[in-house]
Design a protein around this ligand. Structure first.
Ligand SMILES: NC(=O)c1ccc[n+]([C@@H]2O[C@H](COP(=O)([O-])OP(=O)(O)OC[C@H]3O[C@@H](n4cnc5c(N)ncnc54)[C@H](OP(=O)(O)O)[C@@H]3O)[C@@H](O)[C@H]2O)c1
Length: 316
């Protein structure tokens, strides 16, 4: 299977990553309502069967439950799995030791000795400087507990700074995880995509389905309402859904020609940008199977361009 290297010398991973924010998260996704641990275990198994062995989690997802589930599921397979998790730079964490301690706790929940990618979840680090953060993470790479370092939600300038601090330690910055989909293209207009390319940093695209909007299952007419916090998000209101109807129509039209779903077209468009790995959040095996059909084939240049033109209003 086609693989992508994380940054300059990181792990080789499949072109799609599985997002596990919803795994155990009640606050936003309403875990326990409509899906449970059994469904998640089935989703994990379906991912491995489809060759999607790369998983993204974070210590704060489900207050640790997402990492715990992933750890339990990994324990039950002999297939190699690549795990990316995230450090939360919280106000009471202001020493190098607090970073290493957080990593220790994540590894315990994941039941792993080493992970492929450790990411700083957001750039604002209160009393913790970027130097302390990056230098500590570089030491962890040298000690072998993490293979590569990533950042998340970093602007082009912040990514450049992190890259520079790490370069002085001889460690490349591997990834920047940012919100990126056909309906959230600000990372292009803000120069994040171009800077990542220049620095050899791989982009991990989060919310690549715009939290379900790009699947086309939520329409202004349908009674199908999203679960959890999306219920109060104006993007999921009747007016919000009307605004994106032309994009969904285009995804359907392109999909029908190729016997693909809107979600598969939307994810394939991101992969087609090059240097971009979408992280599709999933709750069920069915969603995994569908999303795994987003790679292994290519939209042609005309289709890529048509989608680009149709979604220019979402560049800003
Ligand atoms: N670094 C960060 O700050 C950050 C922020 C957000 C997310 N992330 C990461 O990115 C991942 C993905 O982002 P996300 O979960 O926000 O959004 P997403 O991947 O755009 O959407 C995920 C949701 O869409 C629906 N869905 C997925 N595949 C589907 C399919 N084939 N058919 C129908 N519905 C489908 C599911 O919800 P329903 O079935 O309920 O509609 C699923 O929970 C997260 O899990 C997390 O790992 C990172």
């Amino acid at each position: 299977m086609e693989t992508i290297t994380l940054g300059k010398n990181g792990a080789a991973v499949p072109p799609l990553c599985i997002g596990t924010w919803a795994w155990g998260d009640k606050l936003f996704w309403n875990y326990g309502n409509g899906y449970d641990q059994q469904q998640l275990q089935a989703a994990f198994t379906a991912a491995l069967e489809a060759g999607v062995t790369f998983f993204d989690t974070a210590e704060i997802y489900g207050m640790g439950l997402s990492e715990e589930f992933l750890g339990q599921f990994i324990k039950q397979t002999t297939q190699p799995v690549q795990v990316a998790t995230k450090f939360s730079p919280l106000p009471w964490r202001f020493t190098a030791q607090s970073i290493s301690d957080a990593l220790t706790e994540s590894l315990k929940r994941l039941q792993l000795q080493r992970i492929e990618l450790y990411q700083v979840h957001w750039p604002f680090a209160f009393f913790l400087s970027q130097e302390t953060l990056m230098n500590t993470l570089a030491d962890e790479v040298k000690q072998g507990r993490i293979a590569s370092i990533g950042v998340s939600n970093y602007s082009a300038t912040q990514m450049r700074e992190a890259h520079q601090i790490l370069a002085a330690k001889g460690v490349p910055l591997a990834t920047n995880q940012v919100r990126y989909s056909l309906l959230t293209r600000q990372v292009e207009s803000q120069g994040i995509i171009a800077t990542a390319r220049e620095l050899g940093v791989t982009i991990l695209a989060y919310s690549p389905l715009a939290q379900g909007l790009l699947t086309g299952k939520y329409t202004p007419e349908s009674a199908d309402k999203p679960s959890g916090a999306r219920r109060i998000d104006s993007k999921f209101s009747k007016e919000g859904l009307q605004k994106i109807a032309s994009v969904i129509f285009l995804l359907r039209r392109l999909g029908e020609k190729r016997d693909r779903t809107p979600a598969q077209i939307a994810l394939n468009w991101l992969i087609a940008q090059g240097n971009v790995i979408p992280i599709a959040g999933v709750k069920t095996a069915e969603q995994v199977k569908q999303n795994a059909g987003a790679f292994g084939w290519k939209l042609n240049n005309d289709e890529i361009e048509e989608l680009e033109k149709a979604t220019r209003p979402w560049l800003n």
